[in-house]
Design a binder for this molecule. Sequence first.
Ligand SMILES: Cc1cc2nc3c(=O)[nH]c(=O)nc-3n(C[C@H](O)[C@H](O)[C@H](O)COP(=O)(O)O)c2cc1C
Length: 198
Amino acid sequence: MVIDPDTLDPQACYKLLIGSVVPRPIAWTSTVSRDGVRNLAPFSFFTVASRQPPMLCISVGPRPEGDLDKDTLSNIEQTGEFVINIVSLSLSNTMFESSKNHPPEADEFEKAGLTPAPCEVVGAPRVEEAGVSMECLLDRILPLGTDSLVIGKLVRFHVRDELYENGRIDVSGLDPLGRLAGNYTKVETIFDLPADDF
Ligand SMILES: Cc1cc2nc3c(=O)[nH]c(=O)nc-3n(C[C@H](O)[C@H](O)[C@H](O)COP(=O)(O)O)c2cc1C
């Protein structure tokens, strides 16, 4: 089957995109508004954008229900800063809570029952409970189609001591949650290639 995305309605195209690009890591993104309100939301349109300097990107889509930007995007535009926290399986339900559409004045750390921990460079807090958090300074926002690609320079890694092994991250210990289409996956099998059991 060959499908020309131009023949699809946007929702049908979105379903193919999110079912094909899998599993996706989740950038649990903390920001703070100009007025000091803390915000937290997950973004699975997320990847490394540059190795040197280290840069990360997330893609923020439109709100389904209106013209206002998502709070994450407004806060990044206002402050030029954000933090990407990695979601471990044990934090899945709190991540899901933070994805709900809370009003801009709601503190999403409080709503999700999470502890805001201070960062070194960035004013926004990181999630204390996360195994890895990365402080980012905004490099640029690229408007792309319906979405805004937010690119940030990573200025601090926070890695929980027991997950740091000789300069590497213990991925099994981190136990990262992955996003599929509408559902989720966990890292269960880690192997090197070539492998002869599949
Ligand atoms: C696992 C997961 C991944 C998500 N990924 C994205 C994404 O990549 N881009 C996006 O715009 N929204 C994504 N969302 C939806 C946002 O998290 C949601 O719109 C949230 O309410 C935005 O919050 P904010 O207004 O506080 O920024 C995702 C939701 C979940 C649960």
